[in-house]
Ligand binder design. Structure first.
Ligand code: MCN
Length: 795
C-alpha cells in the first residue's frame, strides 16, 4: 500500500486517546524500580569526589564489615574477571586517515578517576540503607591531579593541560571535516558580504523524570541473566553488554526495559552500572537493584551539547548565500559514551546546509576529552547544535545587510526536490515557503509593530525571532551508517501476531518511553486491518519477547518501526487473501481487502478478517497443501534515506531593560511531519520539545568549576529546569509533504521542538536588544546575562 492510500485510511490522523495512559494515570505503570524479585539486594556506587585523581588505593575492609553487606567490588575485581570496558558504537576516522583516539573506559575505575561522579566501587547490601552506610566506609586514597573542563580551554594547545588518557596526549579525540574546502574558500574570496559569528552551545543535563535504574538477576538453573533497565533500546543494550563487554552469547542475557519515564537520549547508552549489576548478580548469586538519585543523575547521566563554534556565511550583493564555513570544537567528556562521536559529526555537520541552497559548505570538527561527565546524544543530538548555529548566523546576516529575517530566508530556500546538499544528505521532499508563510500567518507577524509600540510605551523592548530548521530523522540506512563508522545496523523489526479470534498483538523493536507508541502503532494496524484500536496490543522493550530491534532514538520509531510493521502487515494481508480466496472459492488475485473485509472483485461475496483469522488457526476448510496454518508475520525494515522534518518557528519576546528579564510572549511552530498518525500525540511531542529547546535558550546551563572540575549545577537548586508558567500558549500548525520513501509518508516529530526553538528565541532576544546596540549573546539568556549585555553595550 502506498503512502497516499495509507493516509486516507480510518484512524490515520485521528487523535485517539493514549491507550497506555490508563495504567500511568492509575498508578499501575511498572518502572524498573517497581520490579520486586525474591532475595533482592541493593547496590550503591562509590563515586569520585574529584574531577581528576590517581587512585592509589581502595580499602574495602571497613565497608565489608558493615551490617548487611554482601560484597564490595572494585575496578580490579571487575577487570580481573575479564569484563571489558564500555565500547563506543561509532568509529570516526580523522582527516589524516587515523582512527579516533578510543581510550579504555573501565566499568569501575582502575588507576585513575577522570570526572566527579566516576565509578570507583560498588557496595551491595541487604537493604539500601545498609549499602549507603557501608559505601561511606570505603576508604579511597586519591592523589588529586589538575583538571580541565572547558572545551575552549582544552583546545588551546599553547597552554599546558593535564592529560586524561595516555592514548590521547593532547586530549584530542579526532579531527574530522566534510565539504570542499577549496571551493568554499574560492566562494568566500568572491563574497560581497561575510557574516561572522562565535557561538557556544551550552551543555545540558537531560533530567528524565524517572532516573536511571537497573535490576540484575541471574538464574543458576538456566545459566541466564536478566537485566531490567530503564533504557530506550534493550536489544542494543544486550548486544553491547554481551558481545562487547561480558563476552557472553546473546541468548544468555534477557534485557527488559519496562515502563520508562523519559529518556531524551540519555537512556540509549550502555552504562557502567548496568554491567556491574548484571555481572555481580552471578558473582553473589543474588538479585540486585540500583536506582540513581537525582544527584547521581546530574553527575553520571550522559550530558548533551557543549560545542564552541566559529561560523562564517558568504553572500553576494543580493543576499544569496554563496558558502558556509564552520569550525566546531566538541566536548566529549572524560570517556566516549556509546554514540558520542557521531553527534558532532554525522548528526551535526551534515545538517548545516539547513533549508538553504548554499552551494558550498565546509565544516571542520575537533573532539576533545575533558574532566567532565561523558557527553552524548540529547533530544536532537547534533541537529539542535547545527540549527542554532545556522539560524543565528542567518538572522545576523539579515540584520547586517539590512534585510528582514524572513526575506533572507525566503530568498535562499531550497525549492526543488529531491535536493542534494553539499554535506552528503539528500532531502527527498519539503515545502519551506509553505511552512514560513503559515507560521507568519499564525504568529500574526503583521501585528508585530503595533505590539512593539505597546511594549515601548511600557518601557519594554519587544523582539521577533525566526528559525527555519530541518532535521534528519530515522538515522541512516544501515549500509551508509556502516560506511560512516556505525558499529551496528539501523533497521527495525515488527511482528504481527493475529490471534484466532481476530485480535492482534504487535511486537516492535521500537521502545516507547513517553511517545505513545502503544496507541499510534495500534492505529496503524487498526487502519490496515479494519479493526478497532482497542483490539490491538503493542509489546515492546523485552529481548525475550520481541525480535531483534534497534530501539528508539533519532525520531525514528514511526518511520522505521512503523514501516517494519507495515511490511509485516503486507505479508499478513497477502496470506489472508489466499485464505479468503479459498473460503470464497475464488482466485487470490480477485480478492480485494478493505475495512476488514475480503471481497471477490465485482461480487457481494465476502468474508471478514476475523473469519479468516479463525480459519488460519482452525484449518478444517483450508488449502493445507499450499499454505501453512497460522497468521503471524515478522518483517525487518531498513530505511533507504533519512526523513527530513522541517518547519519555521517564530518567537516573540518582551525584555525589561531595567532587569534583563526576558518574557516569552508568543511562540509559533509550523512543522512538516509528512503524514500525521495522531495529531494529539504529535502536539504533545512538539510541546515537550519546545519546552526543552526554550529551556536551553532561557534557563538551562550545566556548569563545571574550571579549577576544581566540580559540578556547580548538580541539583534542581542550581540547574534551572523550565516550568509550565515559563511558557505562553504555543501556536501550532502543520504543512504536509509526505516522506517519499517510507510506506506511511511520515517524518519524525519527537525532537523538532528542541531543534527549532533555541535560535528562534535567541534571535527574538537579540532583535529586542538591537536598539541598545547589543549584537551578541550566548544561551541561556538569563536576566543577569541580558542585563550585563545591555550594560556592556553602553560603554
Ligand atoms: N507520530 C505521528 N505522526 C508523525 C510522526 C510521529 O503520529 N508524522 C507519533 C509516533 O507514532 C509516536 C510519536 O509521534 O507515537 C513520536 O514519534 P517519532 O517522531 O517517530 O519519535 P520516536 O517515537 O522515535 O521518539 C524518539 C524521540 C526522541 S529522539 C526523543 S530524544 C524524545 C522524543 O521522542 N524523547 C522523549 N519524545 C519524548 N517524549 C517523551 N515523553 N519522553 C522522551 O524521553
Amino acid at each position: 500500500m502506498g503512502a497516499s492510500d495509507f493516509s486516507k485510511l480510518p484512524h490515520i490522523g485521528e487523535s485517539v486517546l493514549r491507550k497506555e495512559d490508563y495504567r500511568f494515570l492509575t498508578g499501575a505503570g511498572q518502572y524498573t524500580d517497581d520490579v520486586q524479585l525474591p532475595n533482592l539486594s541493593h547496590a550503591i556506587f562509590v563515586r569520585s569526589p574529584h574531577a581528576h585523581a590517581k587512585l592509589k588505593h581502595v580499602d574495602t575492609s571497613q565497608a565489608l564489615a558493615c551490617p548487611g553487606v554482601l560484597q564490595v567490588f572494585t575496578g580490579q575485581d571487575v577487570a580481573g574477571d575479564k569484563i571489558n570496558g564500555l565500547p563506543c558504537g561509532w568509529l570516526i576516522t580523522s582527516t589524516d586517515g587515523q582512527p579516533m583516539k578510543e581510550p579504555p573506559h573501565p566499568i569501575l575505575a582502575l588507576d585513575r578517576v577522570r570526572y566527579v561522579g566516576d565509578h570507583v566501587a560498588m557496595v551491595i547490601a541487604e537493604t539500601l540503607e545498609q549499602a549507603r552506610d557501608a559505601a561511606e566506609k570505603v576508604q579511597v586514597d586519591y592523589e588529586v591531579l589538575d583538571a580541565v573542563v572547558d572545551v575552549a580551554a582544552v583546545r588551546d594547545l599553547s597552554q599546558k593541560h593535564p592529560t586524561l588518557h595516555e592514548q590521547a596526549p593532547d586530549n584530542h579525540c579526532y579531527h574530522w571535516a566534510i565539504g570542499d574546502k577549496a571551493q568554499v574558500d574560492t566562494a568566500f574570496s568572491k563574497a560581497a558580504h561575510i557574516t561572522r559569528l562565535d557561538l557556544i552551545n551550552n551543555r545540558l543535563v537531560p533530567n528524565a523524570m524517572e532516573p536511571r535504574a537497573a535490576v540484575g538477576s541471574y538464574s543458576r538453573a538456566s545459566d541466564e541473566y536478566t537485566l531490567y533497565v530503564s533504557n530506550q533500546n534493550p536489544h542494543v543494550e544486550r548486544l553491547l553488554l554481551t558481545a562487547f563487554v561480558m563476552g557472553l552469547p546473546e541468548h544468555k542475557v534477557r534485557v527488559i526495559a519496562p515502563d520508562v519515564g523519559g529518556g531524551f537520549g540519555s537512556k540509549i547508552y550502555l552504562y557502567a552500572e548496568d554491567v556491574c549489576l548484571t555481572w555481580a548478580s552471578k558473582k553473589i548469586n543474588r538479585n540486585i537493584k540500583w536506582t540513581a538519585d537525582r544527584n547521581e543523575a546530574f553527575l553520571s547521566d550522559a550530558h548533551g551539547r557543549d560545542h564552541v563554534s566559529h561560523a562564517e556565511l558568504a553572500m553576494d550583493a543580493e543576499g544569496n548565500f554563496l558558502a558556509l564555513r564552520v569550525k566546531t570544537d566538541a566536548n566529549m567528556g572524560a570517556y566516549l559514551s556509546t554514540f558520542s562521536t557521531a553527534v558532532p559529526t554525522i548528526l551535526y555537520a551534515t545538517l548545516l546546509a539547513g533549508q538553504y541552497k548554499t552551494p558550498q559548505v565546509y565544516v571542520e570538527v575537533d573532539a576533545w576529552f575533558t574532566n567532565t561527565a561523558p557527553v552524548d546524544a540529547y533530544r536532537g543530538a547534533g541537529r539542535p547544535e547545527a540549527t542554532y548555529l545556522l539560524e543565528r548566523l542567518v538572522s545576523r546576516a539579515a540584520w547586517e545587510t539590512g534585510r528582514t529575517q524572513d526575506e533572507i530566508r525566503k530568498r535562499n530556500f531550497i525549492t526543488q526536490f529531491p535536493y542534494q546538499t553539499p554535506v552528503a544528505l539528500q532531502y527527498d521532499t519539503g515545502d519551506f515557503h509553505a511552512c514560513m508563510n503559515e507560521s507568519e500567518k499564525k504568529a500574526d507577524v503583521a501585528g508585530f509593530e503595533d505590539r512593539k509600540a505597546a511594549s515601548k510605551a511600557q518601557g519594554k523592548l519587544r523582539g521577533i525571532g525566526y528559525s527555519s530548521y530541518i532535521e534528519a530523522c530515522g538515522i541512516a540506512p544501515s549500509n551508509i551508517a556502516g560506511a560512516l563508522g556505525a558499529r551496528a545496523g539501523l533497521f527495525e523489526c515488527g511482528e504481527i501476531r493475529v490471534h484466532p479470534t481476530g485480535s492482534v498483538t504487535v511486537f516492535t523493536g521500537s521502545h516507547s518511553h513517553g511517545q505513545g507508541h502503544e496507541t499510534t502503532f495500534a492505529q496503524v494496524v487498526a487502519a490496515r486491518l479494519g479493526m478497532a484500536v482497542d483490539q490491538i496490543d503493542v509489546v515492546h522493550g523485552d529481548t525475550g519477547r520481541v525480535p531483534f530491534g534497534m530501539g528508539t532514538y533519532g525520531s525514528r520509531s514511526i518511520s522505521v518501526g512503523g514501516a517494519a510493521i507495515m511490511k509485516a502487515l503486507d505479508k499478513i494481508e497477502s496470506k489472508a487473501k489466499k485464505i479468503a480466496a479459498h473460503l470464497l472459492e475464488a482466485s487470490d488475485v480477485d480478492i480485494e481487502f478493505s475495512n476488514g473485509e475480503f471481497r471477490v472483485k465485482g461480487t457481494d461475496k465476502m468474508v471478514t478478517f476475523a473469519q479468516v483469522a479463525l480459519t488460519a488457526y482452525v484449518p478444517h476448510n483450508y488449502p493445507l497443501d499450499k499454505l501453512e496454518p497460522g497468521l503471524n508475520e515478522t518483517a525487518f525494515y531498513d530505511p533507504t534515506n533519512f526523513t527530513f522534518p522541517a518547519g519555521t518557528y517564530i518567537a516573540e519576546v518582551e525584555v525589561d531593560p531595567q532587569t534583563g528579564v526576558v518574557h516569552l510572549d508568543r511562540f509559533t511552530a509550523v512543522d512538516d511531519f509528512g503524514t500525521i498518525i495522531n495529531p494529539m500525540i504529535v502536539e504533545g511531542q512538539i510541546h515537550g520539545g519546545l519546552v526543552q529547546g526554550i529551556g536551553q535558550a532561557l534557563l538551562e546551563r550545566c556548569v563545571y568549576d574550571s579549577q576544581s572540575g566540580q559540578l556547580l549545577t548538580g541539583s534542581f537548586m542550581d540547574y534551572a529546569m523550565p516550568r509550565a508558567d515559563d511558557f505562553p500558549h504555543f501556536e501550532i500548525g502543520h504543512v504536509c509533504t509526505p516522506c517519499t520513501h517510507n510506506p506511511l509518508g511520515t517524518k519524525g516529530c519527537g525532537e523538532a521542538g528542541a531543534i527549532g526553538s533555541p535560535p528562534a528565541v535567541m534571535n527574538a532576544v537579540l532583535d529586542a536588544l538591537s536598539p541598545l546596540g547589543v549584537k551578541d549573546l550566548d544561551m541561556p539568556a538569563t536576566p543577569h546575562r541580558v542585563w550585563r549585555a545591555i550594560e556592556s553595550a553602553k560603554v
